[in-house]
Design a protein around this ligand. Structure first.
Ligand SMILES: [Zn+2]
Length: 272
């Protein structure tokens, strides 16, 4: 049962990835600069590397941890006696709130930024950008999230739905697509859209250190971290506006991606 949930998550992840790769091919928002197949290969290898490295040691124990907490009846949600759809909705919001504050901490705390920077060092953005996380960040965030799960106490079904939703939402808002203006205005009030999140990946830290939300977009306006980069008359971003200038040549280097967090010349934290 537990491992079924884990395989289910993998199936959602792969289907979402394929769906957005096809959608980006049909309706790309920006021209690709690097070879697209190279990007898919590089980020695909990163994902396989991460999965092999941490699935057994982190994801499976995490799932067992969620089930254990539920069986013990620990956490605020259990003490409040929440159940059914109310519990699922509130758990989605509370787990998403954790990700908002954790993401903010990743940009503010130099030690965490060392690892999170690997994600932002991409010169472009498409659905494969959602794969390029450093295993160090995945380990650190799992430990922090395990504590939050203990505090809140989601049911394992709520946790499973959250994980599925977050994986599809991350693929959606990283993908190289752009919604029509009216649809964008409507949806970005509730969920993080590609335009909302592209702004978070621009070079200018005024925008890069804003828009931290992951699933629901209201966290940023609520905690005053919303800042959307202006676009030109055609609705496009200026050239070379995505990524980190200091990592331009290293975007698709596996060695740089893996070793940068441990290097002495680490660029430190951008000023919030
Ligand atoms: Zn970020």
């Amino acid at each position: 049962m537990n491992l079924d949930l884990d395989s289910g998550r993998l199936a959602i992840f792969i289907s979402g990835l394929l769906f957005f790769i096809v959608l980006e091919s049909l309706l790309p928002a920006r021209e690709w600069q690097d070879s697209r197949s190279h990007r898919i290969f590089f980020h695909g290898s990163v994902a396989v590397f991460n999965t092999v490295l941490i699935r057994v040691f982190i994801y499976v124990p995490f799932l067992l941890w969620v089930v254990y907490i539920e069986q013990q009846g620990w956490g605020i949600s259990r003490w409040l006696g929440l159940n059914g759809w109310l519990e699922i909705m509130l758990s989605l919001i509370m787990l998403d709130a954790f990700d908002y504050f954790w993401h903010r901490a990743n940009h503010r705390i130099p030690f965490l930024w060392r690892f999170h920077k690997a994600h932002h060092a991409d010169n472009e953005m498409d659905v494969t950008t959602a794969l390029r996380f450093h295993p160090g960040e995945l380990v650190l965030s799992s430990v922090a999230k395990a504590l939050w799960v203990l505090v809140w106490g989601p049911t394992s079904i709520a946790w499973f739905l959250f994980e599925g939703l977050i994986s599809v939402c991350a693929q959606f808002h990283h993908s190289n697509i752009d919604l029509p203006d009216r649809v964008e205005r409507y949806f970005s009030r509730f969920i993080v859209t590609p335009r909302f999140h592209t702004s978070h990946h621009v070079v200018d830290r005024k925008y890069g250190d804003a828009n931290f939300s992951t699933i629901f977009s209201f966290w940023d306006p609520l905690f005053r971290t919303y800042n959307q980069v202006p676009r030109d008359a055609k609705g496009q971003l200026p050239e070379d506006s995505i990524g980190l200038p200091e990592a331009r040549e290293l975007t698709l280097s596996f060695k740089a991606w893996f070793t940068e967090p441990f290097s002495r010349r680490n660029m430190g934290v951008p000023k919030p």
